[in-house]
Design a protein around this ligand. Structure first.
Ligand SMILES: NCc1[nH]cc(CCC(=O)O)c1CC(=O)O
Length: 303
């Protein structure tokens, strides 16, 4: 293989992540000609409705998968947190890169953190997971929808539409915007989306040579953690329709997982945690999901 075409979304963050993967592949495989193929997806184009209303996270992948199926691209680069728990049949994730910052960040031009917000302050986020955790801490806040790419969201904050917004630290850092983070919202107090901060590479599952090439970028410790988080989400039938948060980390010989399911309406939430050996992340995710359901998570999950 001497040429590799990477399908990517066109947002500045998506382009940064794909360029990052391209650079890592060029460094590891000198002589490999790596090229980006920027494509527009429905998830990027439809900004006036919530993601849940137009069909969920898969909308960010579909056009890239069509390009791979048609032979116009060899692989695609995604934020793993935007990848549905069940991949489309015929596709695989040969590489999950070493995780960057997992945390959410509190971003405001006026206030130093959630506790410093005045009563009734307007906070912008369309994420049910972020809404549920904000409500749990501060039932008085006005939560306002905010979609669009990272730069668009920051521009709306700067225009005065919101007192604060919540964004992933990893995205801000990748775009050189880390000075916008006024406070970190760290695990386990505040939990991120399953797999937040991890970049994944997707390709067709019928190309072993390609799979092997891409797998050179896989980070085993990250894969163990995000598999536990995604297994928990999968067992809860999680999607962007439900406020599910999870964070797993390695602690010596043990893999630890902390999960949360909550209500974006009233701030009620249940939490559960557990631990296993490194190799048992799937079972750990399923077990923590069961604990969440025993604690009443079903009340916050659809149907
Ligand atoms: N939902 C959009 C999205 N998908 C991935 C990231 C951040 C990067 C990452 O998690 O790796 C973001 C932006 C955000 O949530 O602020």
């Amino acid at each position: 293989m001497d040429r590799l075409r990477i399908a990517t979304r066109k947002s500045p963050l998506a382009l940064w992540q794909s360029e990052h993967v391209a650079a890592a592949l060029r460094a590891r495989h000198p002589g490999l000609d790596v090229e980006l193929i920027p494509l527009s997806t429905r998830g990027d184009e439809v900004l006036d409705r919530s993601l849940a209303a137009i069909g969920g996270k898969g909308l960010f992948l579909k056009e890239l998968e069509i390009a791979m199926q048609a032979g116009h691209a060899d692989c695609a680069v995604h934020s793993l947190k935007d990848v549905p728990m069940a991949l489309e049949p015929g596709f695989a994730l040969p590489a999950i890169l070493a995780r960057a910052d997992h945390a959410d960040g509190f971003v405001s031009n006026t206030f130093d953190g959630i506790d410093a917000l005045p009563v009734g302050a307007r906070v912008g986020t369309s994420s049910l997971r972020r809404q549920a955790q904000l409500r749990a801490r501060r039932p008085d806040l006005q939560l306002v929808d905010l979609r669009g790419n990272v730069n668009t969201r920051l521009a709306k904050l700067d225009a005065g539409d919101y007192d604060a917004i919540v964004l992933a630290c990893a995205g801000l850092q990748r775009l050189g915007l880390e000075t916008r983070i006024r406070a970190r919202l760290d695990a386990p107090d505040w939990l991120p989306a399953p797999a937040q901060g991890a970049i994944a590479i997707e390709c067709r599952d019928d190309a072993p040579g390609l799979h092997t090439l891409l797998a050179t970028l896989d980070d085993a410790p990250t894969r163990r953690c995000v598999e536990a988080e995604r297994a928990m989400n999968r067992a809860l039938h999680g999607s962007c329709h439900v406020p599910v948060a999870a964070y797993a980390w390695l602690d010596g010989e043990r893999l630890r997982l902390e999960g949360l399911v909550g209500s974006a309406q009233d701030g009620r939430a249940v939490r559960a945690g557990g631990e296993s050996s490194h190799a048992e992340g799937d079972a750990l995710g399923a077990r923590v999901a069961s604990l969440l359901l025993e604690a009443g998570a079903g009340a916050f999950l659809p149907g």
